[in-house]
Design a protein around this ligand. Structure first.
Ligand code: HEC
Length: 165
């Protein structure tokens, strides 16, 4: 009895070895991620657009080609928008214009002229479209922020700026 068990134990490794063979072959035949139905990068031709095509409603090109006076803030000044504007101001403007919007941000101090105080009438009297255009595409020493700050954040920031007394 003991002898039989011993010889059985001896062939167990052989079974284990043989069991791998079909697995290895099957593994080569399916479950390969490189053979699949999805369209791979560069496999399909991208649709061709006629030269000079620009979107006719919305889109950054349309904004950039518009007259600043024709741009209107699409957001309302409700609480969530103000909160979004406050957060975005904290990310993108505070380092130059400062915590109190007075132009005393730490980074801004190396600018000449200094960043504008955003609470003065000169700023407040300008329409949102004009201010949006200036911060988006640059103005005098102002950096163009269109590719840094999302369109919606820029409009929300303008609501926030106006809400700060
Ligand atoms: C890198 C520093 C910097 C950042 C970031 C910055 N500003 Fe300015 N900002 C300036 C400077 C400098 C001026 C003054 C520009 C000048 O008159 O040459 C200015 C001017 C302005 C003005 C007055 C424009 C006018 O009519 O003369 C507004 C409005 C303004 N910034 C809004 C913003 C808002 C909103 C943000 C964030 C989205 C922002 N800025 C981010 C530096 C900055």
């Amino acid at each position: 009895m003991i002898r039989r068990t011993k010889s059985l134990l001896r062939i167990v490794p052989v079974y284990f070895f043989l069991a791998w063979i079909p697995l290895v072959y099957m593994g080569c035949d399916y479950a390969r991620m490189k053979d699949q139905e999805s369209i791979r990068t560069y496999e399909a031709e991208p649709p061709e657009m006629p030269a000079g095509t620009i979107p006719i409603s919305g889109g950054s090109e349309v904004l950039k080609n518009s007259k600043p006076e024709d741009l209107h803030n699409p957001l309302s000044g409700k609480q969530e928008v103000l909160e979004r504007g406050r957060l975005a101001y904290g990310y993108f403007c505070i380092m130059c214009h400062g915590q109190n919007l007075d132009g005393n941000g730490t980074v801004g101090q190396s600018f000449a002229p200094l960043p504008t105080n955003l609470k003065i009438p000169y700023v407040r009297q300008q329409g949102d479209g004009r201010l949006f255009y200036k911060i988006s595409y640059g103005y005098k020493r102002h950096p163009a922020l269109a590719s840094t700050v999302s369109e919606e954040d820029r409009w929300a920031i303008l609501h926030y700026i106006r809400s700060v007394k």
